[in-house]
Design a protein around this ligand. Structure first.
Ligand SMILES: Cc1ncc(COP(=O)(O)O)c(C=O)c1O
Length: 475
């Protein structure tokens, strides 16, 4: 049964709501769908012990993606990542992960007091963005860390770069290590030959997908997939109950249900049209002289040997070597063309697309890029090609959190131990985490990022002006 339709029928039945929520389905205006917002009343199941309409919906999602079990998430991929890591690793365990993981991964490391081993990932020379995690790197890390209990991989990245999850899973499973894939940006993968396949089909143990990022669904909606083998199914369900509200929104769950049904019924047709629209965009940006669109137009995936695969739905507008920066390009598109992008970092700006983009909207972006490109000149690139410097780990994250500290001007913080997370948002990937040493190289990176228009965030201080350091070793 379609969850949203069932909610509508229930409202129309005239039942008198002597239960939560307090608005009692009265039409309080403001264009909110009050009438469909209910709680776990008879006939509407219970997310944390699903046996009826919600179980049906989750089973449908599992069938669509081919997982052994799927869970609806109403707090984004964030809660799925927290629950997945807590289900797969015990306190104090060693986990392998590339550094470019989302902050939610670091929050889970902190909650479980896990010992991170960071896996080096090459950077794309044109953008500085992270490339794929090489399976050889995984093999080496597994051999060097037989104590590792979990491998975490982000695929695709915010910028659309995928790793070879099938090979990585084979290696990890050979060592008895489960793999959790943060596929927050990849819920749309595998529905057409124009798009690479996803991590569920590649055999990952836990896969977390934000439906709201790349598919037509409401913000906060996501899925967690479980594949039989190395992670305890009931422990994952239990951890999801820890990190998800006990009053999940039926509107959000209804949106997930609708999204899954849409893909089931019309996925092939919608993704074929999407692929054609992206091909039209490609054709329209072929003649750019200064700007480049990563793996689109004249920039081909083969030009990026460090990419295992690329999601064509991501339009990474590369500005390196031109007279414009990523943040400035984002601003020009906003102010002159009324096109709002997802985010910008120093050397690129990112446009996200989906099956709901029309050919006109994509061609409108292509047209704007062509006009802007005609006004640009070449300019020497200022950035180094390597990945961001990894600071030395001086103590565990949780240990650093527990120490008293203070905000310190950036230059004075060099050599001290950081007591907070510092990141640029988007993409929400930490540049410094508690327990790491503030290095002179990082200071230079922060300042350069700020000068390039990137906004940095700290949990307790105001980077890049100040950083929170702890009153202990190195102070
Ligand atoms: C790579 C990655 N993982 C996880 C998340 C968290 O997803 P959500 O916003 O659905 O909680 C994000 C959000 O931007 C992300 O970029």
């Amino acid at each position: 049964m379609d969850l949203l339709e069932t909610l509508r029928q229930y409202h129309d039945s005239g039942a008198c709501p002597m239960h939560m929520p307090g608005h009692k389905r009265a039409d309080l205006g403001g264009e909110l769908p009050w009438q469909l917002d209910i709680t776990e009343i008879d006939g509407f199941d219970n997310l944390h012990d699903a046996r009826g309409i919600l179980k049906e919906g989750m089973d449908r999602a599992a069938r669509l993606y081919g997982s052994d079990r799927a869970f609806f998430l109403v707090n984004g991929s964030t809660c799925g990542i927290l629950a997945g890591i807590c289900a797969a690793a015990r306190p104090g365990d060693t986990v392998l992960l590339p550094r470019g993981c989302h902050t939610s991964v670091y929050h889970a490391l902190e909650l479980r007091d896990l010992v991170p081993v960071y896996l080096p990932v090459p950077a794309d020379p044109g953008t500085g963005a992270a490339a794929s995690l090489p399976p050889e790197t995984v093999a080496k890390a597994l051999a060097e860390h037989p104590e590792a209990k979990l491998l975490i991989v982000t695929s695709p990245t915010y910028e659309g770069v995928l790793s070879d999850i099938a090979s990585i899973v084979t290696l990890a499973h050979g060592a008895g290590v489960p793999v959790l894939v943060d596929e927050a940006h990849g819920a749309h993968l595998g529905f057409s030959p124009a798009f690479p396949g996803g991590a569920v089909a590649a055999g990952a143990d836990i896969v977390i997908q934000s439906l709201h990022k790349t598919l037509p669904s409401l913000t906060q909606t996501a899925l967690a997939h479980w594949n039989r083998g190395l992670v305890d199914e009931e422990e994952l369900a239990r951890q999801l109950a820890v990190f998800q509200t006990s009053s999940p929104s039926y509107l959000l769950m209804g949106a997930v249900d609708r999204c899954v049904r849409l893909l089931e019924e019309r996925g092939g047709e919608l993704f074929a049209a999407y692929a054609e629209n992206l091909a039209a965009f490609d054709e329209a940006v072929k003649d750019l002289r200064h700007l480049r669109v990563l793996c689109h137009g004249n920039d081909r995936p083969e030009d990026h040997p460090d990419f295992f695969a690329f999601d064509p739905g991501k339009l990474v507008l590369c500005t390196r070597g031109t007279s414009i920066s990523g943040p400035r390009l984002m601003e020009v598109l906003r102010k002159e063309y009324r096109i709002e992008l997802e985010m910008a970092l120093e050397d690129y700006a990112l446009a996200m697309t989906s099956i709901c983009d029309t050919r006109e909207s994509l061609l409108r972006l292509a047209h704007a890029l062509r006009e802007i490109d005609s006004r640009l000149t070449d300019a020497p690139a200022e950035l180094a090609d390597g990945p961001l410097p990894l600071p030395p780990q001086r103590m565990g994250m949780l240990a650093a959190r527990r120490l008293p500290g203070q905000p310190v001007p950036l230059e004075e913080a060099v050599g001290r131990v950081c007591g907070e997370m510092v990141w640029a948002y988007p993409p929400g990937v930490p540049l410094l985490v508690p327990g790491e040493e503030v290095t002179a190289e990082l200071c230079r990176t922060f300042k350069r990022m700020e000068a390039g228009g990137v906004v940095l965030h700290g949990e307790k201080s105001a980077p890049p002006r100040t950083v929170w350091t702890v009153k202990n070793g190195g102070v």
